[in-house]
Write a protein of this length. Structure first.
Length: 150
């Protein structure tokens, strides 16, 4: 099973978009899966259903931070290099989806949604491209990792 397929399956199990990504790459991160899932839990629905940065994108960035990030109070080139990496991932995602903003990709109006998520029904999946978006994010990150070994 590819990481794309794993990410989509994670989402369809009920994990939010961000959790789906970090769980897909959990084998590469030296943190307990339960802790990773808790860390990513706030980022679904474009950050707590605020519909801001897509949770799948936030998940990509979290995994990139674990694999490539810095751990000190950096101010120079180390920080710049990491931010350039994050901007590159964002740009690749934008090329596929036109935005990294949840509400833009879902065609929603400005502002947050109610905090209660919708039930994951057949109707939900008909109107939401989220499984494919999550799959795309996993594929983008997997290719980036293959091309840029941590």
């Amino acid at each position: 099973m590819t990481r794309r397929e794993i990410a989509i399956e994670n989402f369809k199990k009920g994990y939010n978009c961000s959790q789906s990504i970090v769980l897909t790459f959990a084998d590469m991160i030296p943190v307990d899966e339960k802790e990773l899932l808790k860390m990513a839990s706030s980022f679904g629905g474009g950050m707590g259903r605020l519909r801001e940065v897509c949770g799948a994108v936030s998940g990509m960035f979290m995994v990139a931070g674990f694999l490539y990030g810095y751990d000190g109070p950096e101010t120079g080139q180390v920080k710049a290099d990491h931010y350039a990496r994050i901007q590159e991932l964002a740009e690749i995602f934008k090329e596929n989806h036109g935005s990294i903003i949840c509400r833009d990709m879902l065609g929603l109006s400005a502002g947050p949604d109610a905090p209660t998520p919708e039930a994951r029904t057949k109707e939900y999946y008909k109107k939401r491209p989220c499984p494919e978006i999550v799959g795309d994010a996993a594929e983008i990150l997997e290719k980036y990792i293959e091309d840029n070994a941590p």
